[in-house]
Structure formats: C-alpha cells, structure tokens
Design a protein around this ligand. Structure first.
Ligand code: TXA
Ligand code: MG
Length: 308
C-alpha cells in the first residue's frame, strides 16, 4: 500500500481546529514555532508521545521540550526559583527553554523527560503554536519536526520532505523567523546556544556557557544537526565539487546573509543547508560566520554538522 503524503493546512481557524482535534485524539501534528517547526503531541499522553519518537526514529533516552501557553502553565509543571522566574519574565514568550525541577504533580509522562527529574519547558511566541496550545488545552511535547539526525525544519515543505507520511498533518505558517532552535538554560548554564544570546541573558543573570562537547543536555550529541553530505567550515571559496554557502564578503552558490547580518543568517541557516543537500554537488562548504550574538548558535550547529 502506498503511504499517503501529509496533509498541509494553512494557518487559520480551520487548520488550528483540525490540529487541536488530532492532538486531543492522541495524534501528532507538525506546528511552526518562532524557531523551527515542532512535532507536537499531548505531553500527558504516553501513547501520543511515543508516536513522536516513532515518527522521528529518535532514541527514547532523548528528552523533549514541553511547550505551554504562559508562565502560569509552566509553573504547574516545573519548580521555578528566582533566577528562572526572572528569565521567564524577561524572555517569554520567546525562544528560550528552561530546564527546571519537574513538579511531582505535573502530570507529564516519563517518556517526555526520559525519566529525568527535570523538565525542559518553554512558552513559544509564535501565533500558530499559541493557537494550537489554546485550542488543544494541553501542554505540548514537541521536538523539531525532522527525522532523527536530520536538519531542523524551518518550512512546512522541510517537514514533509523529512517525515513524509509519518506525520498526518502539517500546519503551515510560512518560514520561521529565528531559524535555529531555542536557547536552553539550566541553572545559570547555557546548555544549547540559540536566539536568546549569552549577551541577552547576561543582562538578567551571570551565565556561563555549558560544555556542549561533553554531552550536557542529553540530546546534544555531536551528530544532532547534520545534512547528508560532508561539510567544510570557514571556506573562502568552493573547491572542486563543493556547494558554497557564503556569508558577507564570501559569495557562493548561496548566502546566509550578503550583508553579514548574523540574525538574517540564523533565519536562513537550515534553509541553506536543505538547498545544499538538494544541490547536484557532493560536498558542502560554508563561509566563516562571526562568533557574536546568535552567530554562536549558528557556529554550534555548523560544527555539529561538520563533525559527523
Ligand atoms: O526551538 C526549539 O527548542 C524546538 C521547537 C520545536 O520548540 N525544539 C527543539 O526540540 O529543538 P529538540 O527535541 O530537537 O531538542 C530538545 C533539546 C535536546 O537537546 C534535549 O536533550 C534537551 O532539549 N532536553 C530536553 N529535556 C531536557 C532536560 N530535562 N535536561 C537537559 N536537556 C533536556
Ligand atoms: Mg532537533
């Protein structure tokens, strides 16, 4: 039997209602956030969460981020101290995930936390994810909506290409704005760099950068963000059969940002990697991106993609 391709619905009342109905019935739905598209299910329903792992082909020891509508909903599942509340108040809704002690009465299934006594939680800013949260009335576990070890999706078409018939419905609200996954903070340590930069966090708290080489967040495996082709970093020109992704002065087959803007580069990053993977070239080269602001997150993802 031929598998059916996923249904793609434009963001709107009908699409949101359909997504929420699927989630309430224990299903999974791909929903955009301001960072990347997530593959969402009710975090209180073990079978629904199991469907996320099955669709992604993700090892079950890798815990998931739970998305909630607001700080009050987050406080119902996680224990906040003063630091966490300060960060939440300043950066939520937005691309910041906090790893906090799990409340005993949270009602979140252990498959979400992979049995840890902490939980990763965030309040997304995107209208589509917020609408689905409101309509489904549930905390939503949602990893990036790609097959395990694939590139994170920043468009509905990326989700369809990566998961195909394994996701029944994709809510399409165009390209995501931030383009890289949320910043993850545990205590005063950045476990994964992201759109909320260390400079931004430092205006609220003294924060340290985590040792991402040695696996601090369980999912921070070196192979996590990877295109299918070999990738060379800090390229100034394409060699032989390479597809060059440029930045600033380095022009290529494609560019992350011709003007050298790291925020624009983050928004374009995964799109550019998808195009490079789809190109006829057998290798990928990427120009150097400055290690400032969200450039830290871009370089983190690029190093992971190169070291697989
Ligand atoms: O922007 C994002 O964060 C996207 C969108 C969909 O919200 N989600 C995302 O999820 O990137 P995912 O599953 O691809 O990455 C979740 C990361 C993994 O590295 C995982 O190991 C870590 O969060 N994580 C989850 N729970 C954790 C916990 N209790 N302690 C430490 N790390 C945790
Ligand atoms: Mg991911």
């Amino acid at each position: 039997m031929e598998a059916q391709p996923p249904v793609i619905r434009a963001f709107g009342d009908a699409g949101v209602a359909e997504a929420a109905a699927l989630i309430r019935a224990g299903g999974i739905v791909a929903v955009p956030t301001e960072t990347v598209y997530g593959l969402a299910a009710d975090a209180r329903d073990a079978q629904a969460v199991a469907r996320i792992y099955a669709a992604k082909g993700r090892p079950s020891f890798n815990p998931l981020i739970v998305h909630v509508a607001d700080l009050a909903a987050a406080e119902a599942i996680a224990v906040f101290d003063d630091d966490a509340r300060a960060l939440a108040t300043r950066f939520w809704p937005g691309p910041l995930t906090l790893v906090l002690p799990l409340r005993g009465d949270a009602g979140i299934v252990s498959l979400v936390t992979a049995g840890l006594d902490t939980i990763a939680v965030r309040v997304p800013a995107h209208r589509a994810m917020q609408a689905v949260l409101a309509a489904a009335g549930a905390p939503l576990a949602a990893p990036s909506a790609n097959a395990s070890n694939g590139i994170s999706p920043t468009r509905a078409s990326h989700v369809a290409a990566s998961l195909g018939a394994r996701v029944p419905l994709i809510l399409d609200d165009g390209a995501t704005a931030a383009g890289v996954e949320s910043t993850i903070v545990g205590g005063r340590t950045i476990l994964r760099p992201g759109p909320v930069t260390s400079e931004m966090l430092s205006t609220m708290l003294p924060v340290a950068s985590g040792q991402t080489e040695h696996v601090s967040a369980p999912g921070q495996l070196a192979t996590h963000y990877a295109p299918a082709k070999p990738l060379r970093l800090e390229a100034v020109e394409a060699a032989g059969d390479e597809w060059l992704i440029g930045f600033g002065m380095v022009a290529g087959d494609d560019t992350l940002s011709a003007s050298g803007d790291v925020v624009e580069a983050a928004a374009c990053l995964f799109d550019a990697l998808h195009r490079a993977d789809a190109s006829p070239a057998t290798r990928i080269a990427v120009a150097a991106v400055p290690e400032r602001g969200v450039g830290v997150a871009i370089n983190d993802r690029l190093r992971r993609a190169a070291h697989r």
